[in-house]
Design a protein around this ligand. Sequence first.
Ligand code: GLP
Length: 260
Amino acid sequence: MEIIIQPDIPAASRIGARLIARQIRRRPDSVLGLATGNSPVPLYAELARMHREEGLDFARVRTFNLDEFIGLSPDHPASYHTFMKTHLFDLINVPVSGIHIPDGMASDVERTCRAYEEEIRACGGIDLQVLGVGSDGHIGFNEPTSSLASRTRIKTLTDRTRRDNAAGFGKPEDVPYHVITMGIGTIMESRGCLLLAFGRKKAKAVAAAAEGPITAMVPASILQMHPRAVMLLDEEAAAELTRADYYRWVYNHKPDWQNF
Ligand code: GLP
C-alpha cells in the first residue's frame, strides 16, 4: 500500500485528482468507482476545475458509485444521487448514460444488486476506485464483520454510521437503516484503489487499516491485499501511524510520483 501524507486536505486532494486525471488521459473511456461523504468533496472540486480550465474530458468515462440508501428517491436531498450531481456530475461532461448508482428505490433489491455487478463486468471492471473510510473502518457501507469476499448487496448500518451520516437528514432518526453497497470483493476487483481519509476522527481507523491485522472488523484493512492501493491522508488522519516518517520519506524520494 502506498501511504501519502500531506500537510492538509487541499494538497492531498490535488494529488488524488491528478491520479484520476492521469487515468482518464491514459484511457479516455476509463471506468471510475466513486465515493460519497465529505472526504472526496475537494477532490471532486479539483476534477471539476480541471475539466473547466484544463479541458479534462469525461465524455467517454463510465462511473459506478459505491452505495446508496434504501428508500431514498434519486432526488431526495440526502441521497447519494443528489450528492454526486451537486459535487461532480453537474460540473463535468460525463454523459448520464455512463453514470451508475445503486437504485435505493428498487423493488427487487437482490436482482438490482446482481444487475449492478453485471453492469460493472460488462464495462470491463473498474479501473480506479475512490474510497473514503468510516470512523469504524468501513469502506462503501461494508460495516465491520462484513464478509471480505462480499458482493453488492443490502447491508444494515450501525448506529455509529447512522450518526456519522446524519448531516444531510433533518434528524438522526431519519437516516435509513438499510443501504445497497458494493461488496468488499467487488471493491477488491478494481484495478486501483484510492482511499482518502482526513481529520483526527479517522486516525484510529487509518492506523488499523494500514498497519493492523487484516480483519473483517476493519474492512479497510483488506486493502493490504490489493496490489495497487493508495491511501491519501492529511497529517491528522496519519497521527496514529507508527511508520509515518518512513511513508513520508518514501513519497519524497519517488521522482515518479512528483510528476502528477
Ligand atoms: C459513508 C459512505 C462511505 C464514506 C464514509 C465516510 O459511510 N458510505 O463511502 O467513506 O461515509 O464519510 P466521510 O468522508 O464524510 O467521513
